[in-house]
Design a protein around this ligand. Structure first.
Ligand SMILES: [Zn+2]
Length: 347
C-alpha cells in the first residue's frame, strides 16, 4: 500500500496541499461488507482511535491494475485523511464526477482512458475543479456518419439456394465451409462454436474463457465503427466479450460485459477495468454494441446508451474475436459489421 500512500501525498503536494499522514493503519481484510454490499475497501474512523483502512486484495479493484489499486487506496485515504464522504454526481458523458463515487467502477485505466486521471486527482484536492472538456460529448449511437467502405460483414444467415441449384445439395456442407467466412467452428467436450438459426453460438462446458477469433484489417488512420449484437441467452450466468485490434490474444483491446450489467473496457495485458456497472443488459433479445472511432476518440454504446468515451490508441493487429467466460456459459452473436466511416462535414 505504501507506494500509493506516498503518491497520494505527492499528488496533494502538486496541488498545493501539504499533507502529513502519521496516524493511520492500513490492513488487509477479506469479504468486507458495508451497508449490506461487498466493498473492496473501507475506512473506519472512531473518535480517539487511529483510523483504519481495510483493503480486500482479492477484489477486482485491487487486482485489475496498478491504476485501479491507486483509485481504491486514494478513495479510502480521502475518507480517512481528508474526511470526505461519497459523491454520486456524474459528468455530461455519464462518467462519475469524482473518485469519491459510491460504487466500484474504475474511472481511469492504464490504456484508453488514462488521460482522465489528471482531472480526477484535481477534483480530489479541489472539489471546484473545472469540469473537463473530454466530458462534453456530442455523440450518439445514431450520429450521422457516412459509410465509405465495408471492411467486414457477416449476418450468419444461410445462403438462399435456388430449388434447382446443382451447386451443392448438402446444406450442412454449405453452412460449414462456404458461407461463414473463416470462423473456426466445431465442438469438443469443453467448448462448442457453431452457426445455427442465423447466428453464431459460443458455448463453454467448463470454467474458463473461450474465444472465436476472426481477422479484420482496420487502418489506424481511418475513422471506423464496429457494430455487433450479443446476448447471454436466458438464465445463464457469465460474461461475454468482444475483442479487437490485437496481434495476439495477449494485446487485444477488449470490451467485457456480464449479465448483471458490469461493462469493462481496456486491453488484455493491462487489466480490463469496470467502466460502468448499471447498464441494462438483455437476456432475451440481442444487445447492440457499437465501438466507434472518430478522430482522436472512441465512443462506446450499448443498446443506444453511451458507455464511455476513450482516447484512441494504435491498433496492434487485425485480430478480433468474441469470448465467453464463466463456469459454463453461452453467448450468441449476430450481425458483425465493421465499416470505414466519415462524419459529415459541416457546410
Ligand atoms: Zn467509500
Amino acid at each position: 500500500m505504501q507506494p500509493y500512500v506516498s503518491s497520494f501525498l505527492v499528488e496533494a503536494g502538486k496541488r498545493g496541499h501539504r499533507l502529513v499522514i502519521d496516524d493511520l493503519i492500513i490492513t488487509y481484510k477479506y469479504n468486507i461488507v458495508t451497508a449490506k454490499i461487498h466493498a473492496a475497501g473501507l475506512c473506519r474512523k472512531r473518535f480517539g482511535h487511529t483510523p483504519i483502512i481495510f483493503i480486500d486484495t482479492t477484489s477486482p479493484n485491487w487486482r485489475a491494475s496498478d491504476v485501479s489499486k491507486e483509485q481504491l487506496v486514494f478513495h479510502e485515504l480521502c475518507h480517512c485523511i481528508l474526511g470526505k464522504g461519497h459523491n454520486p454526481d456524474t459528468l455530461m458523458n455519464g462518467n462519475f464526477a469524482s473518485i469519491m463515487k459510491p460504487s466500484g467502477e474504475t474511472l481511469y485505466g492504464a490504456v484508453l482512458n488514462h488521460f482522465k486521471r489528471e482531472y480526477y486527482l484535481d477534483e480530489l484536492f479541489n472539489p471546484k475543479a473545472e469540469k473537463p472538456a473530454w466530458a462534453q460529448v456530442n455523440e450518439s449511437a445514431t450520429s450521422p456518419y457516412t459509410i465509405l467502405d465495408t471492411l467486414f460483414y457477416d449476418d450468419f444467415d444461410a445462403l438462399q439456394i435456388e430449388e434447382d441449384s446443382n451447386l451443392i445439395d448438402d446444406n450442412e456442407i454449405l453452412i460449414d465451409s462456404v458461407k461463414y467466412k473463416d470462423w473456426s467452428l466445431g465442438a469438443n467436450s469443453v467448448v462448442r462454436r457453431w452457426v445455427v438459426n442465423g447466428h453464431l453460438e459460443l458455448e463453454s462446458f467448463e470454467r474458463g474463457t473461450y474465444t472465436i477469433p476472426f481477422n479484420v484489417h482496420i487502418p489506424d488512420s481511418i475513422d471506423f465503427e464496429i457494430k455487433t449484437n450479443m446476448v447471454i441467452p436466458g438464465g445463464k450466468a457469465g460474461t461475454m466479450s468482444f475483442y479487437w485490434g490485437g496481434s495476439s490474444l495477449k494485446d487485444m483491446f477488449a470490451m467485457v460485459i456480464n449479465q448483471d450489467g458490469n461493462v469493462s473496457i481496456g486491453q488484455i495485458s493491462h487489466g480490463v477495468v469496470v467502466a460502468k456497472s448499471d447498464v441494462e443488459i438483455f437476456n432475451d433479445v440481442f444487445n447492440e454494441i457499437i465501438i466507434r472511432k472518430s478522430g482522436a476518440f472512441y465512443y462506446i454504446f450499448i443498446n443506444g446508451r453511451l458507455i464511455d468515451n476513450l482516447k484512441f490508441e494504435g491498433l496492434n493487429g487485425d485480430l478480433c474475436g468474441f469470448g465467453v467466460s464463466g463456469q459454463s456459459s453461452e453467448v450468441w452473436i449476430d450481425d458483425v459489421l465493421v465499416t470505414h466511416i466519415q462524419r459529415p462535414k459541416p457546410i
